[in-house]
Design a protein. Structure first.
Length: 396
């Protein structure tokens, strides 16, 4: 059996890592599956290199200027879509197609349609789409385009939050899609990725050479992080006289404004802006606690790493439980989040209790279980006929 995986320019590092771990697990277990990875654009190839995902086919991505509110995939030129079709054509027969985001699903659909037209014959291939994070707005352009191309789109929602599944089903139903085809499976966390024993070297890279408590700001994808809320929360905690330092990804929303506020206050040492914040298995080993402002797979990594979590109520979902495996702010204000961080800072026994409970909670995210679920879901995926795809291609 051959699986085709497509990753796009905006693929999250966590998604690419899970793809790499899925493929690696199949190889180690001797499953009779050949995985073929197609990366669109240099950015997708760079992410693949970071997580050790072997790319079999590289497609250059030529993009037009991005209009406000238009995602990167909609800005890709028709030439890029044609090149992807040629790559898929050269790959030959596959029994499963898997996209690691909605955007990748759109690219895969366009490329597959082009390949089918060139072959001039019908070909039905099951397709699945894995989506990370919360549901988009019901009017999301990406979701609307995907369901316009095929109302039977089969979505594998990778999350530990059942509320996210319900939101996705509601959004799909509003776009006249089949809500029952939104299936939830829990993420797989390969703990062998966790970097241990490098706490001091990590903190030196972040210019934290003293006893400050480093707070990892989590959101999946990191580009959905509210940088200003994170900065205010850590800043208020610092005003109490406790030493805090924030690790945040450069793609966080409002980061430039937050940086200006920090600079104006003369607190340049408040935060480190690092790309490795998107790789929780690498960065969490140097952190003392995590501030979760968004849900997603990063929460599972924090629990698996034994890093105590302070969470905004929007991020907690059904995975985190207050006073059990995390501290959850029911108000979500910067002051309330700061108070909980201070509480963790002052209570080593609480930190240890939450860390132990987090590791226990993360046991359900074993990679073997995730791989089995992925094979079961893909085996039951619906098929897409090329005739409908050609009509959608012309309509798009």
């Amino acid at each position: 059996m051959r699986w085709l995986h497509v990753i796009e320019p905006g693929v999250s590092v966590a998604a690419a890592a899970m793809a790499a771990d899925l493929i690696g697990s199949d190889a180690r277990s001797g499953r009779d599956v050949e995985h073929v990875v197609c990366a669109v654009g240099a950015a997708a190839c760079d992410v693949a290199d970071v997580v050790g995902l072997r790319v079999d086919h590289r497609v250059a991505a030529s993009a037009t200027a991005l209009a406000a509110g238009v995602g990167p995939v909609t800005a890709l030129t028709s030439r890029t879509r044609t090149e992807l079709g040629r790559a898929i054509e050269s790959i030959g027969d596959v029994q499963r197609m898997h996209a690691w985001s909605i955007d990748a699903a759109l690219l895969m659909r366009w490329g597959w349609c082009d390949a089918l037209i060139k072959r001039r014959k019908r070909r039905d291939v099951p397709q699945t789409v894995s989506v990370f994070g919360p549901a988009p707005r019901c009017g999301s352009p990406a979701l609307r385009r995907l369901l316009r191309h095929d109302t039977r789109a089969h979505t594998t929602l990778i999350t530990a939050d059942e509320h996210a599944r319900d939101s996705w089903r509601a959004a799909t139903a509003q776009q006249r899609g089949d809500a029952e085809r939104v299936v939830l499976i829990e993420p797989g966390v390969d703990t062998r990725r966790l970097v241990t024993g490098e706490r001091d070297s990590s903190r030196m890279r972040w210019s934290v050479n003293d006893g400050r408590s480093v707070v990892a700001v989590l959101s999946d994808p990191p580009q959905q992080t509210d940088a200003l809320l994170a900065m205010l929360s850590v800043g208020i905690a610092r005003e109490t006289g406790r030493a805090f330092h924030m690790l945040i990804h450069r793609g966080a929303v409002g980061l430039e404004r937050a940086a200006r506020v920090v600079k104006a206050a003369g607190r340049g040492e408040l935060m480190s802006v690092r790309d490795e914040a998107a790789e929780p298995w690498r960065s969490l080993g140097g952190c003392d606690m995590a501030l979760a402002l968004g849900g997603g797979v990063h929460l599972a990594w924090a629990l698996a790493a034994g890093v105590p979590v302070v969470a905004h109520y929007d991020a907690a979902g059904t995975l985190l439980r207050h006073e059990d495996n995390a501290l959850i702010s029911d108000m979500g204000t910067a002051a309330n989040l700061a108070r909980m961080m201070c509480r963790l800072h002052d209570d080593p026994q609480l930190r240890q209790r939450l860390a132990d409970a987090g590791r226990n909670s993360a046991e359900r995210f074993g990679m073997d279980r995730f791989v089995d679920q992925m094979h079961a879901i893909s085996g039951g995926a619906p098929t897409f006929a090329d005739g409908a795809d050609r009509r959608s291609l012309r309509a798009g």
